[in-house]
Write a protein that binds this ligand. Structure first.
Ligand SMILES: Nc1ncnc2c1ncn2[C@@H]1O[C@H](COP(=O)(O)OP(=O)(O)OP(=O)(O)O)[C@@H](O)[C@H]1O
Ligand SMILES: [Mg+2]
Length: 244
């Protein structure tokens, strides 16, 4: 994609009147009740809200892991309703990098091989997957730990491996659901600083969190309650206002 091309203005995520309902026996659970928003290239967005408010449901839609009940969702300008299963899988592999609370690394596999894994499914097959994985591990500060398996790494280092893995296919956006939820506060700060550095280099980041402290590292805050967006604001000034 040409940086100067017409695509630059297309939002990375555009949601319009998005709803998601689950049928549990007789009962319908309305997890999302009509949300509309746009996220543009280079944004760093935190999604906050109480347990059960629909944050993970929303992330699953944006990550093309699940489809909306109604409404429209475009990822990088592509309406996901027009994609079949294989195309959705392709979108997940090429366009989105996932980071999870529990890292989700393969246990008996080295950092290098964990990061290389998404390239196994990449089309076209990259000429030198190993070099690409090494470069991403160096980017997250793990150049000296490539041959370690997860049990030989700290929690923060494991999350760095997961972030390197999320980056290896050159995604348009990183989706992180509670990425610091399993880390102590000092390590959380390191991971948040890494996201900030990636964002400063142009990466779009969307992060779910329960904590205002964590959200305060993003640039924009979306607050979700009962399946709706109840607040959409810049993060600037957030902590100061909440302290008063
Ligand atoms: N597969 C499912 N089947 C039925 N109901 C579901 C399903 N997934 C989620 N829900 C319901 O949808 C609502 C939103 O759930 P969601 O997981 O998105 O919440 P959340 O904001 O991520 O909560 P948490 O902070 O606890 O992770 C909840 O009421 C939940 O019980
Ligand atoms: Mg959740």
């Amino acid at each position: 994609m040409n940086e100067a091309g017409a695509n630059v203005k297309v939002p990375v995520v555009a949601a319009r009147d998005l709803t998601k309902s689950y049928q549990l026996g007789e009962q319908a659970v309305h997890a999302l009740r009509g949300v509309s928003f746009e996220i543009h290239r280079g944004e760093f967005v935190a999604i906050m809200g109480p347990s059960g408010s629909g944050k993970s449901t929303l992330m699953n839609m944006i990550g093309a892991l699940d489809v909306p009940t109604s409404g429209e969702l475009k990822i990088d300008g592509v309406d996901i309703a027009t994609l079949d299963r294989d195309q959705l899988a392709g979108l997940r592999n090429h366009t989105i990098g996932f980071v999870f609370q529990q890292f989700n690394l393969l246990a008996r596999t080295t950092a290098l091989d964990n990061v290389k894994l998404p390239l196994t499914y990449a089309m076209p097959r990259p000429a030198d997957p190993e070099a690409m994985a090494r470069q991403r591990l160096e980017q997250v500060g793990l150049g000296s730990r490539m041959d370690h398996v997860p049990s030989q790494l700290s929690g923060g280092q494991q999350q760095r491996v997961a972030i390197a893995r999320a980056l290896v296919n050159n995604p348009s956006l990183i989706l992180a659901d509670e990425p610091t939820g399993a880390l102590d506060s000092a390590t959380s700060l390191e991971i948040l600083n890494l996201f900030k550095a990636l964002n400063a280099q142009g990466m779009t980041v969307i992060m779910v969190t329960h904590e205002l402290d964590v959200a305060s590292h993003a640039k924009r805050l979306l607050r979700v309650r009962d399946g709706q967006i109840v607040e959409d604001r810049p993060v600037h000034g957030l902590l100061e206002e909440s302290a008063t």
